[in-house]
Design a protein around this ligand. Structure first.
Ligand code: UP5
Ligand code: MG
Length: 190
């Protein structure tokens, strides 16, 4: 059925909590379009765009790229899709991010997934990933965790208050974690 507004799910969680991995499974199972904010920013760096060097410096330091830059990339990606069901992965990371999205896109998410993972497990996963990401080193991981702690909790708390938050224990096998929340997700967004 066609909708007035797109159906948006925000996917939140610390670095290495498994956002990207679980999004891939949701795409396969439920036909969402996966929009990873981090992937869009990395694509921007690779394309040598005007913002590329600023984004690279920010990601190396584990800080957050200015909201307008990220929201514009997300907006372009959503507009270029025929789908009206989106997973927005790794965004919003701060209240500023959240407000910019609401202002520029003019839509709120229907659901917010939060993958809750212990810090030492996140560090272990990120250090084992080995995909050449400039931020997968112990110094940057520490900064990513600090920034997450400082800026992400207000966003989580906001969606908890509005009743949109689904908190998921992110420890276990990839398939076990998926099964724990997939039933709920398959019922929504139809
Ligand atoms: N893995 C996954 N699930 C597992 C499981 N259940 N058991 C064991 N291993 C598991 O997984 C990480 C690794 O763990 C993989 O090797 C996987 O196989 C394994 P993944 O699914 O990739 O986790 P994810 O949560 O996606 O981790 P990621 O590192 O991508 O999270 P970040 O939030 O740190 O990275 P992101 O790409 O979103 O952002 C990177 C940077 O971009 C940020 O630090 C920031 O500087 C910048 N950014 C912004 O400024 N603004 C934005 O809006 C977005 C990003
Ligand atoms: Mg990711």
């Amino acid at each position: 059925p066609s909708r007035v507004a797109p159906y948006i799910t925000f996917v939140l969680g610390g670095p290495g909590s498994g956002k990207g991995t679980q999004c891939a499974k949701m795409v396969e199972a439920f036909g969402f379009t996966h929009v990873s904010a981090g992937d869009l920013l990395r694509r921007e760096i690779a394309s040598n765009s005007a913002y590329g060097s600023v984004i690279l410096g920010t990601i190396r330091e584990g800080r957050i790229v200015p909201s307008q830059v990220t929201v514009q990339l997300i907006q372009k990606e959503m507009e270029s899709s025929d789908n009206d069901k989106f997973l927005i992965d790794g965004f919003p990371r701060s209240e500023q991010n959240r407000e910019a999205f609401e202002r520029i896109i003019g839509t709120e998410p229907s659901v917010v997934l939060f993958f809750d993972c212990p810090e030492q497990e996140m560090v272990k996963r990120v250090l084992n990933r080995n995909q050449g990401r400039v931020d997968d080193n112990i110094e940057t991981i520490k900064k990513r965790l600090e920034i997450f702690d400082e800026l992400n909790w207000p966003v989580i708390n906001h969606y908890s208050k509005t009743g949109k938050l689904h908190k998921i224990n992110a420890v276990g096998t990839v398939d076990d974690i998926f099964e724990k929340f997939a039933n709920n997700i398959s019922k929504i967004g139809d």
